[in-house]
Design a protein around this ligand. Structure first.
Ligand code: HEC
Length: 246
């Protein structure tokens, strides 16, 4: 019986969501982030951030506004009022405001589509990336990033986070390793609040990369309840069958 319980626990563990780790390159480490697709308010805040501050340059062109509204429990009316900055139709795909050619001319590279970004890079990477912009006078935009060296994206949320400088240290092989950030100018948001907002944004991007996950979570819970009930019944039945044979 004990053995069976252990097997059962091991089998269901992946369904309960063990976090996967993302790689953050050689220079810096990824920070852990709590992704929770059941946290609707967090997803809604993340969606709002994304529409306001990212969609000007990036598309999420595999997603439609009305699907997003349905999934996140936002009425079509509220979607129209609060989320439609780039278009006027709720059935539209989420395309960037800025034409690709302009973006290429300004940044030297077109901002990539972000629909599947969370699957490509992992949530830890995104969460760390969003909080790791630092001042660099040698870069064209004036910004650099510890997990994406020489990134062409400016620090679009610098007013909230403020500006920071990165301290690097050479290891014995002469390679620069990121050590820590030093605040240069505090932003309008306390650091904890900024981290919280970036967690919401990351959470939203995980949903964006795999909207069906929400549905799977729900089904998964029922499957586990069913298995648990079935397990008890099967065990009782086995006892019944074997009780006379000893
Ligand atoms: C002013 C335009 C602009 C805005 C606004 C902007 N980005 Fe970017 N972003 C870029 C550009 C350009 C790149 C490509 C960087 C490169 O390849 O060097 C980029 C790259 C990225 C990447 C890395 C993509 C990869 O290669 O894996 C992520 C993630 C990202 N942006 C997220 C965001 C998020 C989230 C927001 C909203 C808070 C945002 N961006 C807002 C211009 C922008």
């Amino acid at each position: 019986m004990k053995k069976l319980l252990v097997v059962f626990a091991l089998l269901t563990a992946p369904a309960l969501g063990w976090a996967n780790e993302g790689a953050c390159g050689q220079v810096a480490k990824c920070d852990p982030v709590k992704v929770d697709l059941n946290d609707k308010p967090s997803l809604q805040r993340g969606a709002r951030l994304f529409m306001n501050y990212c969609l000007s340059c990036h598309s999420a062109s595999y997603m439609r506004y009305n699907r997003l509204g349905q999934d996140l429990g936002i009425s079509e009316e509220l979607v129209e009022k609060n989320l439609l900055f780039a278009t006027d139709k709720v059935g539209d795909l989420m395309s960037a405001v800025m034409p690709k050619a302009d973006a290429r001319a300004w940044f030297g590279t077109a901002p990539p589509d972000l629909t599947l970004e969370a699957r490509a890079r992992g949530p830890e990477w995104i969460y760390t990336y969003l909080r790791s912009f630092y001042r660099d006078d040698k870069s064209p935009s004036g910004w650099n990033n510890t997990v994406f060296p020489n990134v062409a994206m400016p620090h679009v949320l610098y007013e909230w986070q403020g500006s920071q400088r990165a301290v690097f240290k050479k290891n014995d092989k002469g390679m620069a390793h990121f050590e820590k950030f030093e605040v240069e100018k505090p932003g309008t948001m306390p650091p904890k609040e900024f981290d919280q907002s970036m967690r919401d944004l990351t959470n939203f991007m995980v949903y964006l990369a795999e909207p069906a996950k929400l549905e799977r979570y729900k089904i998964g819970v029922y499957v586990i309840i069913f298995l648990a009930v079935f397990f008890v019944l099967a065990y009782l039945l086995k006892k019944e069958y074997w009780k006379d044979i000893h």
